[in-house]
Design a protein around this ligand. Structure first.
Ligand code: MN
Ligand code: MG
Length: 370
């Protein structure tokens, strides 16, 4: 009896050892040869650098890049390989943005505080959003002189040259390290897009100067070039929302159709100020809200005003010089809970870096007696 029990227990142990090794060989996270790449997104900041409500002249811990910056730093501490992108609509939307564009103006040699903040946080690339045109092309051009990272958009063209008005895409060469600390070179193609509606929304600023081509067609035109230039993976900075409504070239929300382009691996969404993955998107076809995947591609949208950080975690394999995405997951992290209580500290260095313009704006509002 005892011998039988021992035999049974030994068999049980053998069985569990076998299944666990088989599982370890197949499951993503347990594989030693995989390389983690983390992609971070801010979107629709609308010049909310500070955790401050200018309309009520008081602190508001539900908004502000000075808070998101702390999440960015935490996300970077957890992962050796990270990339940071902004998805556009960062210059306009609050009195700080208004004050800088309409009252104080941009001075020679001065960097706009939004780009000063982006430089400090070392963004890898940023997208132009539709609201970047609200103060006119002249202001935008002057302000952009201060941005140290690639500033991208592929579907706005110059009337004069019939060529892209901005840099349409970039290929970032990065050395990412595996679990043994060995670096591997990867080329990351980044393309950016925005709704063609800018021609209506900002008619007086744009007519006769630029025109907008459809987002999906533009992406399809560029991705083979980006691949031919050596990109291992392609990320779309898509300043556009998510909808499965039948496709139309002038759709405002093109993310769903961008995920269907085979060469695009990752989509950073924006423009509609909502949260993906999130309950708003319940019922979207071919979508997994647990992992944040639409049509097999990871997508993230980090709400607006710095209230959330978008995170996409990829596990990559690198064999015989070829990169492959083995697992993918997207999620967002908030800076405050539902009651508005802050969940993260303020990034003091960033606060000090932009406080001059912030204080000037508050003084200006108070002088107006608003
Ligand atoms: Mn916006
Ligand atoms: Mg927008």
């Amino acid at each position: 009896m005892k011998a039988k029990l021992i035999l049974f227990l030994s068999l049980l142990i053998v069985f569990f050892t076998m299944t666990s090794t088989t599982f370890a060989a197949e499951a993503g996270p347990a594989r030693r040869d995989l390389i983690h790449l983390r992609i971070l997104e801010t979107t629709d900041l609308h010049s909310d650098l500070m955790n401050y409500d200018y309309y009520q002249t008081k602190v508001d811990n539900r908004i502000g890049l000075v808070k998101t910056a702390t999440l960015i730093k935490e996300a970077r501490k957890e992962s050796k390989n990270t990339l940071l992108f902004d998805d556009g609509d960062h210059l306009k939307g609050n009195p700080l943005g208004e004050y800088l564009a309409r009252i104080r103006g941009m001075h020679k040699g001065k960097i706009h505080p939004v780009y000063r903040a982006f430089n400090y946080l070392k963004y890898d690339a940023i997208a132009i959003g539709n609201h970047e045109f609200n103060y006119g092309l002249g202001f935008l051009k002057t302000a952009l002189k201060g941005a140290k990272m690639p500033v991208l958009n592929a579907n706005v063209y110059s009337v004069k040259t019939n060529k892209p008005y901005f840099k349409p895409y970039t290929i970032l060469k990065r050395n990412i390290v595996d679990q043994s600390g060995i670096p591997h070179e990867i080329k990351i193609g980044v393309i950016a897009l925005m709704p063609t509606h800018i021609m209506k929304w900002d008619k007086s600023n744009l007519e006769g100067k630029v025109f907008a081509n459809p987002m999906v067609e533009t992406a399809k035109k560029y991705v083979p070039r980006i691949k031919a230039e050596g990109a291992d993976i392609i990320i779309a900075l898509a300043h556009t929302g998510i909808s499965s409504q039948p496709y139309h070239p002038d759709t405002e929300n093109a993310v769903y159709y961008l995920t269907q382009i085979p060469e695009i691996n990752v989509v950073l969404a924006g423009h509609s100020h909502s949260v993906f993955p999130g309950p708003v998107y319940e019922g979207l076809p071919n979508t997994d809200l647990e992992t944040g995947i639409i049509n097999g591609k990871p997508v993230v949208m980090a709400a607006a005003f710095g209230s959330r950080l978008g995170i996409i975690d990829l596990q990559l394999s690198h064999q015989a010089g070829k990169w492959q995405i083995v697992s993918q997951k997207s999620y967002t992290k908030p800076i405050a809970d539902e009651t508005g209580r802050s969940l993260v500290k303020t990034d003091k260095s960033l606060y000090n870096l932009v406080k001059e313009e912030h204080e000037e704006t508050v003084d200006f509002i108070k002088k107006l007696g608003l």
